[in-house]
Design a protein around this ligand. Sequence first.
Ligand code: FAD
Ligand code: FO1
Length: 460
Amino acid sequence: MKNTPPSPDSRRIRNLNAKPDRDGPVIYWMSRDQRVSHNWALICACWKANELCKPVEVIFTLSSSFLGAPRRHYDFMLRGLAGVEAALSSMGIPLTILQGDPAHAASEHAAKIEAGSVITDFSPLKLTRAWKETASGLLPCSLYEVDAHNIVPCWLASPKQEFAARTIRPKLNALLDTFLTEFPDPNPRFQTPVVDRPAIDWDRLAAGIETDESIMPVDWLEPGEQAAGKQLQSFIEHGLHGYAKSRNDPNSGCVSRLSPYLHYGQISAQQVALSILRSGADPQNLDAFVEELFVRRELAENYCFRNERYDGFDGLPDWSKASLLEHAGDSRDYVYTPETFERAGTHDPLWNAAQSQLIGTGIMHGYMRMYWAKKILEWSSSPVAAFEIAVALNDRYALDGRDPNGYTGIAWSIGGLHDRPWFERPVYGRIRYMNASGCARKFDVQRYIDAVVGRSRPSA
Ligand code: FAD
Ligand code: FO1
């Protein structure tokens, strides 16, 4: 682990258009990494601004239809962004929220202020990649993309879609020391005083978003960088000690519950890793946590970055698609409609509890997510329908949904992605099987059901 580097590693930045820098202010077009601290995209934007001897400003293009996100997700995100506005303002950096089509809004703003360069943060998802594709043509200046979300820049980790954790792990580990460094201060040196700039009216912005109000904001998790830092601290003190042994027990509370913060970029995975490795926790817990936070998460990024069909059955490996389709006509003990799944109306109290936890709290414990998705495969009319139902429910209700981890987690559970073929069985074909008695061997199923039905705080 190196100390603070003098400047960002140039391999973390890539140029998205062949246009030169101009003599004008620099824009950080924030999207995925919605934080001020430990944010390589902000650091690079300040570094570019200093190079051009110009000020830096931040824009966020607010799209009112992001993959069907309902009120719950916009509420969490906007409340987090209000904290970003305050933190940036204390650095003399203004934040502007732009509405309308993101690529056009960002490009028009850049033209209006005669920007010298635009820096944006990386996401492998098709929607945001399309925004940047359009913007790279419209912008009058250079457009750079910085991977501020991953420890090892996604494009560097591997030039292709990786087969499994065991194939990407050595590639990631070989680069870990180079990239798991401290963060330099952003330190913009040419800011001009921000005079009589009205504060953003966040209530009006939130009210202006037309979205599905039926999925209400969550009240048990505070959004934003400060709350994320507190959650990390609390996990280090109270959960990390049992992570290796108990992370698959939904009753244990030995998981970090950081995924909503990581999804919105309200905390840096790299900073989480640095804090965990410094915590003095014993190696088996450190290794188990880093395996999930670093290897599994960056494997999911690799899947979505290298496979355009990441969010559908079509993106699955040939072996598993063939096996699932061979068993598509098998008789099913139960066949449920998307509506029955959505309202947790199956015959299985354990599955219904997991779905109820998702509906009620916006999260579902990781082990239960595997069970939840595999039973959707088992009780849907076809494997293609199952994949669609799982993605739709996860993106609709999960605070950490609409994320590479979600598409990859569903592809692993339903389609054997990054897994191996297992012995053949009806409906599943060669996909790994899970059932309620397997859960009962791992944890107290009734206690989990009672806790969720009791609507107590999620033990996650
Ligand atoms: P911890 O166990 O504390 O792990 C810390 C972090 O490591 C997580 O926040 C996450 O960023 C990463 N991580 C942990 N497990 C995995 C994993 N299996 N794959 C990739 N990264 C991982 N994760 C999401 O962020 N969003 C989703 O929508 C999502 N949907 C999933 C759907 C299914 C069917 C499955 C099987 C998994 C899904 N996951 C998803 C992955 C994983 O279950 C969650 O990241 C994890 O449960 C979040 O809780 P936590 O932060 O307490 O995790
Ligand atoms: N990113 C944006 O730049 N603008 C948005 O309006 C926006 C809305 C949004 C809503 C729900 C959600 O889960 C994510 C959202 N994001 C938005 C994207 C997010 O910050 C990430 O870039 C993507 O989820 C990719 O990981």
